[in-house]
Design a protein around this ligand. Sequence first.
Ligand code: NAP
Length: 490
Amino acid sequence: MEDNRNDSIVIVGAGFGGLGLAIRLKRAGIHDFTVLERAAELGGVWRDNVYPGVACDVESLLYSYSFAPSAAWSRTFAPQREILAYLKDCVERFGVGAHLRLGTGVAAARFDERSGLWAITTTTGEVLTARLLISAAGHALSRPVYPELPGRTSFEGRAFHSARWDSAYPLEGKRVAVIGTGASGVQLASAISSRVAHLSLFQRTPAWILPKGDRPFSSFERRLLQRVPGFQRLLRFALYWRHELLAPGFVRHPGLLRLVSRWALRNLRKHVRDPELRRRLTPRYTLGCKRVLPSDDFYSAIQRPNVELVDAPIEAILPKGIRTRDGLERGFDAIVYATGFEAAEATAPFELTGRGGATLDEAWRDGIEAYLGTAIAGFPNLFLIVGPNVGLGHSSMILMMESQFAYVLDAVRKMRAGGLASVEVRREVQRRFNERLQRRLSRTVWNTGGCVSWYRTRTGKNTTLWPGTTFMFRWQTRRFQPAEYECVQG
Ligand code: NAP
């Protein structure tokens, strides 16, 4: 089946990035765009991650669009279902539902140099053409990783990844293994510890954990949020700066984080009395090198009588359980892999062929790279939302996305005003940007803090994080600068 449609702008992905950009376009009076979403429902990571206890670890007043404040949050850190409901509400509120095509992914996209258009083949067999292709397909945290453990597929019980939670499987009365103590593992182990018969939490590296301070909003606070103009903006402003103040510690002066480390260790001492368990839970790398995890209930969950922390390395998965390197074998009904995502080693979100027939995977052979995490040399009229090195260790990703929305919107306006058929970032601009970026990254806690994390590739290159404040990124993306691009008149 081949159907030719001509849209000016095709956005791929209906998560926070794709929907936010759609809303910004709509509000700017631009209506000729389509959002393609391969799944049957919108929501991105907030649709996919439904494991027990899943919640945002940034306060909802900051982890929400600045242009769409909500007074519906029940607590300071909203759970997944409220975040998903918020996204659905935004789609209604801003009238972008008609632009959404669910169940339609992108199989491949090819840039045509003569017309300056992208030909986009969908997973339903259609071919769409578009002037601009914007991938908000969640390059970093959408592809689950399973560890390469001998015998992994031989397990006869239930096994699933945290991001592919099997909600039909009742955990009550089961012996469950959770592998991994990152953000997902810590949240879900805390949440299921009281429901399962027995939980073994396999920890390879202890995480830095800070008190989260999660609590329900009082009815008085909710009334204030609903009725007092400016109250929500004021709280958001305060939260913004509280997070932003951590950036210099992560980026330049890890010594500044010593106070925060002391706070985390005090929190550990307060909640874990057994010195041996405390020792096993004490991180051995600089705070911030891996994502710092906020949790109010992890330490109490790990000390429940039906829970054990296993830090002996896993040797093999067996048909009935797991064998650790100390020779112990434990039997399980279910294994949950909270083992993270293909982030630093990401590949093209779908087959992307740019100028001269070069594919994005070829361009990214030596590691993923872009200009401002948004444009890629060799790929005209393509923009990414949350591309390489846009991630944050200290604050809300929505802030970074909104900077990218403004940048893309400015590009659209300038292309239309100038009658441009295509824009492609100059290779030299991208090269210089990345040299500076990697120089800055080399001094950060993520590169020097003595840990292995999903922020960096196997060879140690940091391809995921932004080495600065969010306002520095906003400043650098404040304007689309045509001089930095090869511009072709239409
Ligand atoms: P992750 O941070 O990459 O954690 C993966 C965990 O699996 C690590 O503890 C890792 O140990 C462990 N692991 C991997 N292979 C293992 C093996 N063979 N044996 C034992 N342990 C193994 O993944 P994640 O927890 O899914 O989080 C990924 C990111 O998603 C987060 O950093 C965050 O940005 C986002 N996230 C956010 C929220 C939120 O609340 N906003 C919630 C969940 C996720 P090592 O540390 O030793 O490698």
